[in-house]
Write a protein that binds this ligand. Structure first.
Ligand SMILES: Cc1ncc(COP(=O)(O)O)c(C=O)c1O
Length: 357
């Protein structure tokens, strides 16, 4: 089976972890600081704060912006649920806006109608590695005095009109094992605001600035140096890996004929965390997945259910919500392997099998 994702772990990663073990400095140590520094370069941001995951990055970014009970955060319903649970963890309420059919990202034309006096933030998700329409989003945010928290968990290294994602608003990244820049687990917040960064640092480490003096209710959301060491090696591979993903996606786009292929919006540098086609909904999709898997092509359905129809949201009264473009997407999408470890033979197998659908 050609897997839908395959983390690359080389000798350098293994050696880097051993060095941490031998150093005895296991948690939020020099490697974590170095990875934060590296992220400021990757995202062209002044500051970066490492966390234990993308979810905890989102969670404390929202908290550090003062978001909590009574507040509303506008986001996409077509995402990994952590984009939404992070809002729920703060006590704020997510407000779902439908997506753009072509990019799968939040539809900027629908955002403004969702703004209320309680809206505090917009949390766009750069899904699959494709940047959202940041000019439109930043303009709405500015007009209504809203914070922008970019869920860039799938999009490290992506660019919108030459500007790196994570540098428009507050950036949140995941370093989970299958991500474009992976550390096994991990997260990162990027910002230019020192006071905000300091709040994030406190929230990730038990509310402390000074050891054993707890100034606020904090968490243990620290990154370990074992993960940071892997992330540092992978950071050096990022450009290469993203280029490989881009060339794999181009090959698929040029050679797949029987399905709707994904687009890279003009002005975007898509980093292809996922390569997602569309087929007819329902039986056709089930059969396509079955046929591809039987032929040895791994697939993923990202995501099969709109966020608002997941149990925690149904329990919070979202069960009757229906957004048509999202509900079409959840029934039609199939992600195909696009990761940097695909060989030319793998790519040709994917093309042959998908074109048989
Ligand atoms: C869009 C999106 N948001 C948030 C997350 C959460 O990241 P993590 O798994 O590192 O907590 C992910 C990771 O899968 C994601 O894809």
């Amino acid at each position: 089976m050609i897997p839908i994702s395959k983390p690359f772990i080389g000798e350098e990663e293994k050696q880097a972890v051993l060095e941490v073990l031998e150093s005895g400095y296991l948690v939020q140590g020099p490697r974590t600081a170095k990875l934060e520094e590296k992220f400021t370069q990757i995202c062209n941001a002044k500051l970066a704060i490492a966390t234990s995951s993308g979810t905890t990055a989102l969670h404390i970014a929202l908290l550090a912006h003062g978001i909590g009970p009574g507040d509303e955060v506008i986001t996409s319903p077509f995402t990994f649920l952590a984009s939404v649970t992070s809002i729920l963890f703060t006590g704020a309420r997510p407000v779902f806006v439908d997506i753009d059919e072509e990019t799968f990202n939040i539809d900027p034309n629908l955002i403004e109608a969702a703004v209320t006096p309680n809206t505090k933030a917009i949390l766009p998700v750069h899904l699959y590695g494709q940047p959202c329409d940041m000019d439109a989003i930043m303009a709405i945010a500015q007009k209504h005095n809203l914070v922008v928290i970019e869920d860039a968990c799938q999009a490290v290294g992506a660019e919108y009109h030459g500007q790196r994602v994570g540098s428009f608003g507050t950036g949140c990244f995941s370093l989970y094992a299958t991500k474009n820049l992976m550390a096994g687990e991990g997260g990162m917040i990027t910002t230019d605001d020192e006071a905000f960064a300091q709040k994030c640092r406190m929230l990730r480490n038990h509310g402390m600035q000074r050891r054993y003096y707890h100034d606020t209710l904090g968490y243990n959301f620290r990154m370990t140096d074992l993960h940071a060491a892997i992330g540092l090696v992978q950071a050096d591979r990022l450009e290469d890996f993203n280029q490989k993903r881009r060339s794999n996606a181009n090959f698929l786009n040029e050679n797949l004929h029987s399905v709707i292929t994904p687009v890279e919006k003009p002005g975007n540098r898509h980093v292809w965390h996922q390569y997602t086609i569309r087929v007819n909904a329902g039986k056709d999709r089930d059969e396509a997945v079955n046929q591809l898997n039987t032929a040895g092509v791994g697939t993923g359905i990202f995501y099969p259910v709109p966020a608002y129809h997941q149990q925690p949201l149904i329990e919070r009264g979202f069960g009757d919500l229906h957004l048509p473009v999202t509900e079409k997407a959840v029934r039609e999408v199939i992600s195909l392997p696009v990761h940097p470890q695909l060989s030319q033979t793998d790519l040709e197998t994917i093309v042959t099998e998908v074109n048989k659908l």
